[in-house]
Structure formats: C-alpha cells, structure tokens
Design a protein around this ligand. Sequence first.
Ligand SMILES: [Ca+2]
Ligand SMILES: [Ca+2]
Ligand SMILES: [Ca+2]
Ligand SMILES: [Ca+2]
Length: 306
Amino acid sequence: MKNFYYIFIFLLCHIATAQVGFNTDNPSTASTLHIEAEYSAGVFGGLKLPVVTLTQRNNIRVDAETMRDDGLMVYVHDEISNTYCWQIYDAKIGEWHNIQCFTKNCGGGALFTEDFEAYALDTGITGTNSASGDYPTTNFILTSFTAGTNTANHPGTLVDADDYAKVAGISNDKYLSFRDTGGPLRYTTQPAIDIVGYANVSFSIDISSTNSLEYDDANHTGDFNCTGGNDYVDVEYSLDGGLTYIEVPNYNGQGNANHTFIGDIPPTTLSVSNLVGSSLIIRVRVQNNEDTEYISIDNVSVTCGN
Ligand SMILES: [Ca+2]
Ligand SMILES: [Ca+2]
Ligand SMILES: [Ca+2]
Ligand SMILES: [Ca+2]
C-alpha cells in the first residue's frame, strides 16, 4: 500500500510537469493532453464530455471573479426544455454559449396520424356490453366512467343498447362517433408518442357535433359529475408519459372555464403548438345525453416543424 502511495505521488508530480498522452507514447508537442482513438488493436473510442441537464449545468460552480473557467465545456441533454447542445463557458461575460445544437429530423412532418380509415366500421364500444363491437384496437383506448365518479371502466360500458363510441361513416370517410354516452367517455391515443428532440411539435384534432346539444354551467360540479343533460368535450394532453394532463381551456371561446367545448360544436380543427416534453398522449373526453346527439372526432395528428 505504501509503495502504491509513493508511485501515485511520483506519477502526480510527473503529470504535473509534462504532457499527457492516452493511447500514445508520443504526444504531439503542441498539445498538453493528447488522446488517440485506438485504445486496443483495431478498437476505437471517442472523447466523452460531461452530460448535464440545464439545471445541473446552472449548478456548475464556475468562478465568476476570474477567467479560470473560460472554455469549460459540457453537453446539455435536457428533455424538459428540448435542449440538446454542445456548450462552452465564456468567463468574460459569465455565460454559456452553444457550439452546436441538435434536433431530430421530422421525416416529412408527421409523428402520428389517426384518420380512423384503417378500422372496420363499428370498431369501438357499442351498447351495454363492452365485449361488443370490434375492440380493443392497438392505436387507441376507450374508457367509460361510472356516472358521478372518475372510476374508469375499460374498455367501457354504456347506458343503453343503442349508445356507442365507435368508428362510423363510410369507406374512405370514417371517424370516431360518440352517441348518447350518458357520462364521460374518453378516447386516448396509445402508445405514447416520442417527441424528444423534435422542434415545433403540435397536435390537431377535427371535432364536430350534429343535431342540437346543450349546456348549463349550473349543472357542473366536476368533469365526472356534469349533469342535467350537459354535453361537452374536454381535450387533454400529457407531456410526461401520462403522469399529469393539461386540459385545453375554452377553445376559441367555444367552451368555458370547465370544458374545452360545450353544447353545439360546428366543425372545428383544434390545434395546440409549441409542445415540449418526453412524450405526448392525447385524450378526448366526450359526454352527450340523447340518442339524437352525436359528437365526432377525426384526423388526430401530431406534427413537427423541422
Ligand atoms: Ca377519417
Ligand atoms: Ca344533451
Ligand atoms: Ca374539464
Ligand atoms: Ca340511448
């Protein structure tokens, strides 16, 4: 142990006064530290910089009084802010500068599309027996809720035999239709859509209703307890793998403080942009209360801009 200590001190002194070469016995005379990539015969490696989040980078204790830390470098991998940059510290002004930032290629712009054309008509939940219809699908989940509670029934049951949440329409013009759900019924995209590293991520959904729907805010005591025949749509999305959801408020003035849309919904394309996070899950919660009331969604789309 003592011998090892002396050797260590000797090396430390030696290194303190000489060039250092890794994988080379002949460091460049121009360099203090010279690293060759070949570390074993025919086997090569690179230089790995410290990888930090923005919060961790901001916690690096750079010396603000001197130029000691000028030129310090890190690689920032930050999924919260969508930042993927090789950075260098400028001690003169006390700031980090980007040397190079990276974004993923969007590959034509679409990260996810759902136009419901690929399903057989009636795919979904029909009537009081959740086993009826053609369900489940691999690309979405339907969930009904027991009236007045947020207790989920997957894939869900409905109140009457003629109620549904299913793929309807005609060939080449299909959509997901909700009829007389009698309580909240939710469409959820699956699996979570990877949006890490893409710039300008947005999603959009076509939403509309037919016949006469109504809404009275006096009958709302919660999203899962909105009674009196109230008809509404809530659009929500998660950017953290489903841990938390953000509800789109009062879209274009067509909703209110509690719902994205209320009552009649003329054909509307809802869109939300500037999405940053680890992944995206979209949910649409629908409620209507008469056999004559239909709400439909179509063309669920997630795009990016680079
Ligand atoms: Ca369609
Ligand atoms: Ca109604
Ligand atoms: Ca709501
Ligand atoms: Ca009915």
